[in-house]
Design a protein. Structure first.
Length: 177
């Protein structure tokens, strides 16, 4: 297994649209294992393949406190969403340090495959419902900050671009030593 680098907003690769998985093979299982390791290490509750620059419809999620309830969703689909909605303070491994409220359907029914191609269907509410919808947005090239006002989004962009520049400077300084 290996840790994968996570793309940071506003990297344009975060806006690529993921393609459906067509073969459930060792390559897919390795991607899933690496994504799970990367998510646990970060640590985060969910990660979409888009965030590690793999543009396929693959998501890993673990919203448990014990961090041992890994869910792998391949080619996920939302087949039903509730009319009632909830606002949840979302964060994202690609938008480090930023949390803001996003309104989404409170409950959803999800169909997907696991890494071996076995179909699964489940109902989600609470954090799991938020997480599934947030990660599925990534697969469509959408980052949660796009739900916020243009003013907030621009502030976030400016802050992250500045941080990225500082990080690069530090890396160069270390390399020069
Ligand atoms: Ni995210």
């Amino acid at each position: 297994m290996a840790l994968l680098p996570i793309l940071r907003y506003p990297d344009p690769r975060l806006h690529k649209i993921a393609k459906p998985v067509t073969s459930f093979d060792d390559r897919l299982r390795k991607l899933v294992a690496d994504m799970a390791e990367t998510m646990y290490e970060a640590p985060g509750v969910g990660l979409a393949a888009t965030q590690v620059d793999a543009h396929e419809r693959v998501i890993v999620i673990d919203v448990s406190d014990t961090r041992d309830q890994l869910r792998v969703l391949v080619n996920p689909e939302i087949v039903w969403a509730s009319e009632d909605r909830q606002v949840y303070d979302e964060g994202c491994l690609s938008v480090p340090g930023i949390y803001d409220g996003v309104e989404r359907p409170a409950r959803v029914r999800v169909k997907a495959f696991d890494a071996d191609g076995k179909p699964q269907e489940f109902d989600a509410d609470g954090l799991l419902a938020v997480c599934v919808q947030h990660e599925m947005d990534h697969l469509m090239g959408k980052v949660f900050v796009e739900y916020l006002s243009p003013l907030k989004r621009n502030r976030i962009k400016t802050k992250l671009v500045k941080e990225e520049r500082e990080l690069k400077k530090d890396r160069v300084a270390v390399a020069a030593r």
